[in-house]
Design a binder for this molecule. Structure first.
Ligand code: KIV
Length: 275
């Protein structure tokens, strides 16, 4: 039976077992209705802290709170039945100590019903990943371009385009894998480096702007649907949802203004009087 036709919800070990096999397919999801649409086609959905920028108009992911992640996480779990749901731990909710990370992760898992959490950082977060994994929290790591480091990186900067950066980034991949992460997102790195990290670790690498050499791929749903005005080079646009929404709203506004809507087909008549 292929993983796509399974009816039970996929788990972190199911994703871990895909290393070097059929590519892992994933997208972000923030709402129940999109989760329902995606559920049949993806292996996991990420309730990413990118929701701060995509849904809430923030400039970066720094302002996202645990409460925001839990609210959207609950909606995505309710809207799905099959895919593993991974929820991001937001900036400031896990970096201080492993105990702080466990308090945040256990709250996210308990309140949303998700099957795993994701956190950013390589070698520097290894101790925390081990602490969580040993206590029943499946952890997806995230290395390379880590958006929560927006201010220390000086923006969203592609990593590993110079060989001098490779050693540290490969070590990041190995460190999170040895610490017990079940998979690792590699974001915004030069393609040959993504391949090197993928070969160096026994867990699936999930690429976003990191080439087809990774064990799977993830994109932000709104980016690939054509809803985001400007997208990075690594995003392929698979839909024209932004212009479809605009066209529908324009037609609705015109019909309301002209009186064409609502017509008889969309209004209620009185019940026929009984004789
Ligand atoms: O927050 C997010 O959407 C992410 C993906 C870009 C991997 O972390």
């Amino acid at each position: 039976m292929s993983i796509q036709s399974s009816t039970r919800r996929l788990t972190a070990p199911d994703i871990a077992a895909r290393k070097g096999g059929e590519p892992v397919v994933s997208l972000t999801a923030y709402h129940a209705h999109t989760a329902q649409l995606l559920d049949e086609y993806v292996d996991f959905m990420l309730v990413g802290d990118s929701l701060g920028m995509v849904m809430h108009g923030l400039e970066s992911t720094i302002g996202v709170t645990l409460e925001m992640m839990i609210l959207h996480g609950k909606a995505v779990v309710r809207g799905s039945k099959r895919a593993l749901i991974v929820v991001d731990l937001p900036f400031g909710s896990y970096e201080e100590t492993p105990s702080q990370a466990f308090a945040s992760a256990s709250r996210v898992m308990r309140e949303t019903g998700c099957g795993a959490v994701k956190l950013e950082g390589g070698t520097r977060m290894a101790e925390t990943i081990r602490f969580l994994a040993e206590r029943g929290v499946p952890v997806m790591a995230h290395i390379g371009l880590t958006p929560q480091s927006f201010h220390t990186m000086g923006g969203f900067k592609i990593q590993g385009r110079e060989k001098a950066q490779w050693k540290m980034l490969i070590e990041d991949g190995v460190a999170v894998s040895e610490a017990g992460a079940f998979a690792v997102v590699i974001e915004g790195v030069a393609a040959p480096l993504a391949e090197k990290i993928t070969k160096a670790v026994p867990i699936p690498t999930i690429g976003i702007g990191a080439s087809a050499q990774c064990d799977g791929q993830i994109l932000v749903l709104e980016d690939m649907l054509g809803l985001t005005p400007r997208v990075p080079k690594f995003v392929k646009i698979y839909g024209k949802v932004g212009s479809a929404i605009e066209g529908a709203v324009k037609a609705y506004a015109q019909e309301v203004r002209s009186g064409a809507f609502p017509d008889d087909a969309h209004t209620y008549a009185m019940k026929k009087a009984k004789k």
